[in-house]
Design a protein around this ligand. Structure first.
Ligand SMILES: Cc1ncc(COP(=O)(O)O)c(C=O)c1O
Length: 418
């Protein structure tokens, strides 16, 4: 079952990656301009990516189960996306006019998600979250925002009230306590940073009821969890948010974000409105809805039919079952989480309920780091915290390679112990 180990050439002295990293260190702090692409001691540099694979500058090609942190649902350089973008490149890449391409993508997304009555585009999920928060503040006239502990919503520094995920009592109590000052509660319904925590039965519905009862807006951050369903995560879990934030897959591999929701809330951005309450919000952005992103996003989402979601879900099931079987067969105290095309390995068997329950001990963290490095050396790219996702070019055989590599990674951990 073991796959041939091909090693990590980029770590060898004098490698092209080492050389690029040395140059990068001289001009960027720690050689880095995106925290999430650093893995110690230094990252491999990419040369080329195609379909399900990514080749580094030292000539090694790996299966990419990270897909630019879940953004590339069709893998790299999908021909339909390349064709749409190539055509757009010669017709204008960013213009100071609106284009039909933004109307088409806005129509597609608002058709798919019930609660999205109006939508606007940004250049990242971070900006989408920033703008949703601004909309909530303007609409409610309140300042504070509540978020769930340990959950990631981009690099915007906000959040005044912290809530534990999956804790109905705390949600009811804390929201009631702060309601007079709370503009919104933001929730990632399958929080990815703590490791794709399953929302417990009724949790999201209670959150919806409590926020509504206190006139606090609910923002559903689906920058990643939009992968769960053709109609988005709210449809999957059965609730309707006031505002939704999107990103990643809706840009077809190009920089993107979007936020939208109730027409009355989104009207704070309406330049034709003559009212002054609620407060008006200006939202510029030199590259908002640039036609390259818009055509790439449209091509990407148009290919994501319900059948494609089903196919990715069964491939995801193959990953999770394969890893769980391996864990059982080897008798290791690990577990797998995730839904549909998303998965993550956890180096402990404790129930995954909220952020704190997912935190690894230092020994478990060391095992995660070693596992990551062995997987990389086996030709499998995961996130350094062992999260991963699937793309449509992937096959059962690709998944089997992931499982075989994981088998070897568990062997390597075993060796360390003895
Ligand atoms: C739930 C969630 N919200 C927001 C963001 C920020 O998106 P971006 O990296 O495009 O700014 C991310 C990024 O991973 C995310 O996972």
């Amino acid at each position: 079952m073991a796959s041939p180990t091909f090693g990590n050439r980029y770590l060898e002295p004098g490698s092209r990656s080492a050389e690029l990293y040395a140059r990068a260190r001289a001009v960027m702090p720690g050689g880095n301009t995106r925290t999430t692409v650093f893995a110690p001691p230094y990252p491999a540099y990419a040369a080329k990516a195609q379909g399900a694979t990514l080749t580094d500058v030292d000539g090694q090609t790996r299966l990419d189960f990270l897909n630019n942190y879940t953004a590339l649902i069709h893998g790299h350089a999908h021909p339909r996306i390349v064709e749409s973008v190539t055509r757009q490149l010669t017709s204008g890449t960013a213009v100071s006019f609106p284009t039909e391409s933004e109307v088409r993508l806005a129509e597609l997304l608002t058709d798919r998600v019930d609660s999205l009555e109006r939508i606007r585009f940004t250049n990242s999920g971070t900006e989408a979250v920033m703008m949703a928060v601004q909309a909530a503040r303007a609409f409610t006239g309140r300042r504070k925002v509540a978020r769930f502990e340990g959950c990631y919503h981009g690099t915007y520094d906000f959040g005044d009230v912290e809530l534990p995920f999956n804790d109905v009592d705390a949600v009811e109590r804390v929201i009631a306590e702060h309601a007079a000052e709370l503009a919104a509660v933001i929730v990632d319904p399958l929080p990815h940073r703590p490791g794709f925590l399953d929302p417990q039965e009724g949790f999201l519905n209670t959150l919806r009821e409590v926020t509504r009862a206190h006139d606090v807006l609910l923002i559903s951050d689906e920058v990643i969890s939009f992968r769960l369903d053709f109609h988005g995560a709210q449809h999957r879990f059965g609730y309707a948010a006031d505002l939704t934030t999107l990103g990643k897959i809706i840009g077809g591999g190009f920089p993107v974000g979007a936020f939208g929701g109730r027409a009355d809330v989104m009207s704070v951005f309406d330049p034709t409105s003559t009212t002054t309450t609620p407060k008006r919000v200006s939202h510029g952005g030199t590259f908002n809805a640039n036609p390259v992103t818009m055509v790439a996003g449209y091509a990407s989402m148009a290919m994501m039919t319900p059948e494609q979601y089903d196919r990715l879900a069964s491939l995801g099931q193959r990953v999770r079952t394969g890893l769980a079987d391996l864990i059982e067969a080897r008798g290791v105290s690990w577990q797998v989480s995730g839904q549909e095309s998303l998965f993550k390995l956890h180096a402990h068997p404790r129930p995954l309920v909220d952020y704190r329950s997912t935190l690894p001990t230092p020994a478990e963290q060391a095992a995660i780091e070693q596992f990551y490095m062995v997987m990389f050396g086996e030709g499998i790219i995961l996130a350094p915290d062992l999260a991963g996702c699937l793309s449509t070019p992937m096959t059962d055989q690709d998944v089997d390679k992931l499982i075989a590599a994981a088998d070897n990674a568990f062997s390597a951990l075993d060796h360390r112990k003895h």
